[in-house]
Design a protein around this ligand. Structure first.
Ligand SMILES: NC(=O)c1ccc[n+]([C@@H]2O[C@H](COP(=O)([O-])OP(=O)(O)OC[C@H]3O[C@@H](n4cnc5c(N)ncnc54)[C@H](OP(=O)(O)O)[C@@H]3O)[C@@H](O)[C@H]2O)c1
Length: 260
């Protein structure tokens, strides 16, 4: 049995939501492994900066392109640009997403709910439909779906986000069944609290509320998650880590956090 690490040098890695947080750190990590990178997000200026960091880190090539995962035409355009460059993808990181608001259901806003399901759920499905056909013959291919502990344990004010990430977990399970017999591995990577722009987005730009989330504890960093993604992708081809839950030591559950 081959137990060699999966080599990412010159292999194509597709990362959604690469303009910030986990996506940006993952780009640098896969870049340092010598991969070729196809990056998508809506904020092109920030995406260009990610691309620069990846080139500095040693990426074999970097292609940053506008992508709105909540739009099928945008995903199609992004995917077609990918197909023009390669017929073989090694890693897909379905990372674009996030939470909006902390309203209880009785005060929930349609636009927040719709955005959360459009990005975290439908966006992941759209990108998977377009990119996974390019992975079906790739030894050691890996789809990393970024879920959350919120998809496993519900909390007040998190209904739609928890529901969306629970959907991500079930989609990952269905995909794994559908792809059984192909070389494609599927991992649901489910982090707890990590300090990125996540809370700033959730609290709609309120910096004080966002900072309060991380007060008095050492949260995970985007680099912690990126390192984990790289580790997953480099496992020998016969190993599939189905699910990986990763939290700060100070967080036992979404609502159980020890603060100094
Ligand atoms: N940080 C945490 O504590 C935590 C914990 C568990 C899971 N997660 C999950 O991890 C993933 C990354 O979050 P993060 O913490 O890195 O937050 P972040 O810094 O806010 O990054 C979110 C990324 O998603 C992209 N995005 C959002 N909507 C998009 C759309 N419609 N089309 C394309 N890209 C879109 C954003 O890019 P643009 O705005 O430029 O499009 C950005 O690059 C999310 O799925 C989030 O739910 C985060």
């Amino acid at each position: 049995m081959k137990r060699t690490k999966t080599d990412l040098k010159n292999k194509w890695v597709v990362i959604t939501g690469a303009s910030s947080g986990f996506g940006r750190a993952a780009t640098v990590a896969f870049g340092s492994a010598g991969a070729q990178l196809m990056l998508g997000a809506r904020r092109l200026d920030r995406l260009q900066e990610t691309a620069r960091l990846a080139t500095e880190a040693g990426a074999a090539s970097v292609c940053p392109l506008y992508l709105d995962v909540s739009s099928t035409p945008s995903v199609e355009e992004f995917g077609n640009a990918l197909i023009e460059r390669t017929q073989e993808v090694q890693v897909l990181v379905n990372n674009a997403g996030g939470a909006l608001g902390v309203d209880p259901v009785l005060e929930g806003k349609d636009e927040d709910w719709e955005t959360m399901f459009q990005t975290n759920v439908l966006g992941l499905l759209r990108v998977s439909r377009k990119v996974i056909p390019l992975m079906l013959k790739t030894e050691g291919a890996l789809v990393i779906n970024v879920g959350s502990i919120a998809g496993r344990v519900a909390y007040e004010g998190g209904s739609a986000y928890c529901g969306a990430k629970a959907a991500e977990l079930q989609i990952s399970k269905a995909l794994r069944l559908e792809l059984c017999g192909t070389p494609v591995r599927v991992t649901s990577l489910d982090p707890g609290m990590a300090e990125t722009d996540f809370s700033l987005v959730r609290y709609k730009g309120n910096e004080n509320k966002a900072k309060e989330v991380y007060r008095g504890l050492e949260a995970l960093s985007a680099e912690d998650i990126a390192e984990t993604m790289l580790w997953l992708a480099e496992r020998p081809a016969h190993i599939c880590v189905d699910e990986l839950v990763i939290k700060p030591t100070a967080q036992a559950a979404p609502h159980k956090v020890f603060r100094k």
